[in-house]
Design a protein around this ligand. Structure first.
Ligand code: ACM
Length: 540
């Protein structure tokens, strides 16, 4: 009896591997985030083993290598011979319309990823990754891996899918920036907005102005506790700082590019410029020697609207654009108090000379000059929504952070818009309710849960159809006053960026929080394998 059973089970297993097609897959096998546009479950599995080849044409060498690294535990060879059997084939297909779309077809004989561009192929690989067991993330050697058969067609809903990181308040080392880029790519997002200059630290080497990093990249100490506790402020007495050399910047931009991510640098002006003014006092309105900021909040020191300042900014931006191929360059524009310009005879003379109404129009004049310079170099500017206040520069794009009003107003003026409203897209906010905060690390305030992020709809409700095309997409912002380490950055972004990835990628009609939450639970096993520090309480 026993031997009969044994024979039966051997026959069963052999027929399963031969007629692998008969293996039934279920819903649990297809837990992908962001949810693909069209996914058809099929029977059977493809088994990736030591003899499986990766087939790729030369133009897809980068993607083939990415897949090979992902499957390192099996050590696959890359071949250009498209007749290989037992293969994962990466293919370009010019008939596909959308630049970011991909087809992923898995059957027991072959895996095929087809796209118009290498970017689409890359996204197809990211989906394949989520269909593989989470153990691949640990890079422990395995002899084979099975993937469920499927037919997927997928494309993103929005063109702009971004994550911002402030490295001014707290510095992130190069290794973490790369990890951050990996996470952006994992979520099929395509933009890294790198906030490089702040009151509390200038973080990018500029060869013509060495003091920006000799002086501006370091503060003598840092505020302890919350900035709200005015009057009884305490400082830690410890010098803090750091910056990226131009070589490191190049390395990061190239790394991001290999993951199909555009890096938008932000050089803040005219406000949030205390570290630059502390480095070169003639850039300020008072000529006084300042110190790099040591506390959080908005500072009254802003750039003087002088020719020397414009020369300085043009020199800085000349070096910046040589490092960043991004068409968009972020020039800040937010939180620039006008007090110093009101009190400056020089600023008032310019207002008169240029026939400007007030200091807001002076800010607009300031930004238009910077825009003209960058446009002459083939670049466009993007700025925070305050840049609407004195009138928008002609070709500028707007990042709407004080809610969505600024974004709506800019779209109606036919300007491109990226939505980053603080209520849904500020990942420096607490991710739990006030009552649940006791065990949370200190944060700036607010409450933006993973569900709040998931429920965010970037397309404003009543925006007329003719203006909808100006809403390019959305982004989360990660301000680091209270986010002191890389570990904490991970905790603040995960899994909120996972929710945002579905907001910006997946079809609106397919959104369902319970379904997302279920897939997130599966994905969290991969986060565990990747040893990521994510907010586990957000999964409940
Ligand atoms: C901002 O949060 N000040 C853009």
């Amino acid at each position: 009896m026993k031997s009969k059973l044994l024979i039966l089970s051997v026959v069963f297993f052999v027929s399963c591997s031969v007629f692998n097609k008969q293996i039934k897959n279920n819903e649990e096998d297809y837990q992908v985030i962001p949810k693909p546009l069209k996914l058809t479950k099929e029977d059977g599995k493809f088994v990736i083993g030591a003899n499986t080849k990766i087939i790729a044409v030369e133009e897809l060498a980068n993607e083939a290598n990415f897949l090979k690294q992902l499957l390192l535990p099996i050590k696959l060879e890359v071949s250009k011979n498209s007749f290989e059997k037992d293969a994962i084939e990466l293919k370009l297909d010019t008939a596909i319309e959308n630049d970011e779309a991909y087809f992923l077809e898995i059957n027991p004989k072959k895996i095929t990823i087809r796209a118009k561009t290498s970017r689409g192929v890359f996204y197809g690989i990211q989906t394949l990754r989520q269909l593989l067991p989470p153990e691949i993330e640990t890079q422990v050697t395995v002899s084979n891996l099975s993937v469920p058969a499927v037919a997927i067609y997928d494309e993103p809903r929005f063109k702009y899918r971004g994550m911002h990181l402030d490295v001014g308040r707290h510095f992130s080392p190069v290794a973490f920036i790369k990890k951050y880029i990996d996470l952006i790519a994992f979520h099929k997002m395509n933009t890294f907005h790198w906030h490089l200059t702040e009151d509390q630290g200038w973080r990018i080497e500029i060869k013509k102005y060495p003091k920006l990093t000799e002086v501006g990249a370091f503060r003598k100490e840092t505020l302890v506790g919350h900035a709200r506790n005015k009057g009884k402020r305490k400082f830690d007495g410890k010098p803090y700082g750091g910056f990226y050399t131009q070589e490191e910047v190049k390395e990061i931009v190239a790394y991001a590019s290999s993951k199909h991510i555009t890096v938008i640098p932000e050089i803040e002006l005219p406000g949030h410029s205390l570290a630059a003014i502390a480095s070169y006092p003639h850039l300020g309105n008072t000529g006084k020697q300042y110190e790099v900021g040591t506390r959080w909040g908005v500072f009254k020191e802003i750039y003087a609207p002088k020719e020397e300042t414009f020369q300085f900014l043009e020199d800085v931006l000349t070096e910046v654009i040589a490092l960043f191929p991004s068409k968009l360059i972020h020039i800040g524009g937010d939180e620039a108090p006008k007090k110093q310009w009101k009190e400056s005879q020089y600023a008032q003379e310019i207002i008169k000379r240029e026939g400007l109404k007030d200091e807001h129009e002076l800010q607009s004049y300031f930004i238009k000059r910077i825009e003209k310079f960058l446009n002459s170099k083939g670049r466009n500017i993007i700025g925070w929504d305050e840049i609407l206040e004195g009138g928008l520069a002609p070709n500028v794009a707007v990042m709407s952070w004080r809610g969505t009003k600024g974004g709506i107003a800019a779209a109606k003026q036919k300007h491109n818009v990226v939505m980053t409203p603080n209520h849904s897209c500020y990942f420096d906010h607490y991710q739990v309710t006030k009552e649940e905060r006791a065990n949370e690390p200190i944060a700036i305030g607010g409450k933006t849960t993973v569900k709040d992020v998931y429920d965010y709809e970037p397309m404003p409700k009543n925006l007329e159809p003719e203006f909808q095309k100006y809403i390019l997409g959305a982004q989360a912002n990660v301000w680091t006053e209270y986010i002191t380490t890389s570990d904490k950055v991970e905790y603040m972004i995960l899994p909120r960026m996972t929710a945002l990835s579905e907001v910006v990628w997946s079809a609106k009609e397919q959104k369902s929080y319970p379904d997302f939450n279920k897939r997130l639970k599966t994905l969290s096993k991969r986060f565990d394998a990747m040893k990521l520090n994510y907010a586990k309480h957000s999964l409940k």
